[in-house]
Design a protein around this ligand. Structure first.
Ligand SMILES: Nc1ncnc2c1ncn2[C@@H]1O[C@H](COP(=O)(O)OP(=O)(O)O)[C@@H](O)[C@H]1O
Ligand SMILES: [Mg+2]
Length: 316
């Protein structure tokens, strides 16, 4: 049987509507059962999780002419799931707090922060943070597919952006312009940078004029492309970094809890050099999955193997 703690965490994660935690604990229970030799049960649990993932659609299309350009995404992440320096957490919390108390601020002629820029390397929690803000505020979150918004003709791109900014006024929500500076990079032409700047400028004009109640979040992996002057158009700019040693340990613990000792940590830490939060997270999930499939325990050597695989993937 699953341990008392596993059962409690499983039930809690259901009520917290935390799917990610639910899946992790369910996989841990499967691994535990496999270790006890109950391989049929372990496989059944794994099958249920896999089927569940298939049947729960993550994305809901929007009913309007914006279909295909804007997607409503379900969000189940909590601020406590985010592993970042406390300074970043405080600043995300401040966005949430100011939104919650926006009427109080308004009564003093003050506005809540609502135009936010997240920058930093891939896999450090930018998209996740936007999703957390929406979830904590019980707001829907819409992701704008900028590569679809951009057309060959600047006039059309502007018209589409205008429709999106109309929606931002009509439906208070969190709007995420994710990797918004990646526009044009798929086109592989010399004028990529020029085109990106044009779209960016158009976006910034709409952003500047926006006076809605929605939260507008832009995320970028590529700060180098952005002008310093651009930062002034946002109420807040939050920079993300690759995880510190402390964050790496927290990430391993949050996924593998009892399977890693402090001694293991010392061995694993140097192997995590240059890996992002997302990659470390993925290496842990790989180890959990493999232990389920092999009916084995999550050993140090298994974690070392999955981490090495992640590291190699980025060396090619
Ligand atoms: N700071 C973090 N703390 C905890 N988990 C993280 C963090 N950053 C990334 N992850 C994990 O990796 C996944 C992908 O991260 P994401 O937010 O999409 O990164 P980014 O948008 O910065 O490229 C997240 O859904 C989460 O599971
Ligand atoms: Mg992202």
């Amino acid at each position: 049987m699953a341990t008392a703690n596993q059962l409690k965490t499983l039930i809690k994660s259901h009520f917290e509507e935390n799917n990610e935690k639910f899946n992790t604990v369910a996989l841990q229970i499967a691994a535990h059962e496999a270790k006890l030799g109950h391989s049929n049960l372990a496989n059944d649990i794994k099958q249920i999780i896999d089927n569940g993932k298939k049947t729960s659609p993550k994305l809901k299309p929007l009913n309007s002419e914006l279909q295909g350009l804007v997607l409503e995404v379900e969000s189940d992440k909590k601020l406590s799931d985010l592993i970042v320096p406390s300074e970043i957490k405080d600043r995300i919390n401040r966005v949430i707090r100011e939104f919650t108390h926006r009427n109080k601020l308004l009564s003093h002629n003050l506005e809540n922060r609502r135009k936010i820029l997240f920058s930093g390397p891939p896999g450090t929690g930018k998209t996740m943070s936007a999703s957390i803000i929406a979830n904590e505020l019980h707001l829907p979150i819409y992701v704008i597919l900028m590569d679809k918004v951009v057309t060959k003709y600047m006039g059309e791109t502007s018209a589409k952006l205008r429709q999106i900014f109309d929606l931002i006024v009509d439906r208070p929500a969190v709007y995420l312009f994710d990797e918004f500076d990646a526009i044009g990079s798929q086109r592989g032409k010399d004028n990529d940078v020029g085109e990106m700047r044009r779209v960016l400028n158009s976006f910034l004009q709409f952003l500047e004029r926006d006076n809605s109640e929605s939260l507008i979040i832009a995320a970028t992996n590529n700060l180098g492309m952005l002008d310093q002057a651009l930062f002034r158009r946002f109420d807040d700019v939050i920079h993300y970094n690759l995880p510190s040693d402390e964050e790496k340990i927290q990430l391993l613990k949050s996924r593998l809890s009892k399977n890693v000792t402090s001694k293991d940590m010392k061995i694993l830490l140097p192997m995590l050099e240059n890996l992002s939060h997302a990659e470390i997270n993925q290496a842990c999930l790989d180890a959990i999955k493999e232990s389920v499939l092999n009916n084995s325990d999550i050993s140090l050597s298994l974690i070392e193997k999955t981490i090495k695989e992640r590291t190699m993937a980025y060396k090619i």
